[in-house]
Design a protein around this ligand. Structure first.
Ligand SMILES: C[S@@+](CC[C@H](N)C(=O)[O-])C[C@H]1O[C@@H](n2cnc3c(N)ncnc32)[C@H](O)[C@@H]1O
Length: 249
């Protein structure tokens, strides 16, 4: 079982308490570089995302200049900041500039999957950012959003990335679709994900679900729900309180 990789950036006055917290969490191979960045390995346990969340909350209570990233089951080299190979228009009130931790974790997860020639469904597409990354990785893409205005923006953005091989649909989750997909990505709330799970075997009989959009404190109930629908965790990430996962069926 691989270890959890932990990355943190924090001001020097927080180094002593951080070191103590790491000891409590049985961290090993602890390294500091450039006097600001930390890397450590944590044992993998079911509750590891909750432990990282605990660590982040302790640090956040003492400074706002803190970033904590953890990943398990996915190769990462640093705190994520996935650069985009295209530019997007993102109007006020539309989600999907790429800067939010939940989007960043979905981008990292999508880049870890083989998407060439696969069918990708992006639920809650916002600006279309995740669908656009899927297109650049060679997937055929369907993107849904519940808002017509948002779907229009996604349409314009996808059209500027590629002229064919995709569709945008106004729809509640995936309820209007009858096609099946190899990979489903959704950056939506825990409540919406819970509503999607009973429908997932219909739209993705076999494949990977990439999901984010909830705080790590909700992990226990989400993990129970994923297991009850026969989904197996293959990787997870934590970034500043938020969580992202990849599960397989
Ligand atoms: C957090 S944003 C994610 C945007 C983009 N995918 C990203 O990762 O940056 C969630 C999006 O889901 C859409 N949404 C919310 N509820 C939905 C539902 N029930 N069905 C489809 N889309 C939904 C919202 O309009 C919003 O654009």
């Amino acid at each position: 079982m691989p270890s959890v990789q932990l990355w943190a950036s924090l001001p020097s006055e927080l180094h002593p308490p951080f070191y103590q917290y790491l000891a409590w969490l049985q961290a090993r191979s602890v390294r500091v570089f450039d006097e600001k960045y930390w890397h450590a390995l944590l044992p993998h346990r079911l509750e590891a995302p909750l432990q990282v969340h605990w660590l982040w909350e302790r640090l956040r209570g003492q400074s706002t200049d803190v970033a904590v990233y953890a990943s398990w089951g996915i190769q990462t080299q640093a705190l994520p900041f996935a650069p985009l190979p295209f530019s997007l228009q993102v109007d006020v009130g539309i989600f999907g500039t790429g800067r939010h931790p939940t989007t960043q974790m979905c981008l990292v997860a999508l880049q870890s999957l083989q998407l060439q020639g696969k069918w990708l469904l992006d639920i809650g597409t916002g600006s279309g950012i995740l669908a656009a990354v899927g297109l650049t990785q060679g997937a055929k893409v369907v993107a849904t959003d519940i808002s017509f205005r948002v779907a229009q923006q996604a349409f314009r953005n996808l059209n500027s990335v590629k002229k064919a091989g995709w569709a945008v649909v106004v729809c509640d989750l995936a309820s209007c679709l009858s096609k099946t997909f190899d990979v489903v990505v959704c950056n939506i709330s825990a409540e919406a994900l819970m509503r999607l799970l009973p429908d997932l075997s219909r739209i993705m009989p076999k494949g990977f679900l990439v999901a984010s959009g909830w705080m790590a404190s909700e992990w226990r109930s989400l993990h129970r729900a994923l297991r009850s629908f026969g989904l197996k965790l293959t990787s997870w990430q934590f970034l500043n309180g938020w969580m992202g996962i990849v599960v397989a069926r």
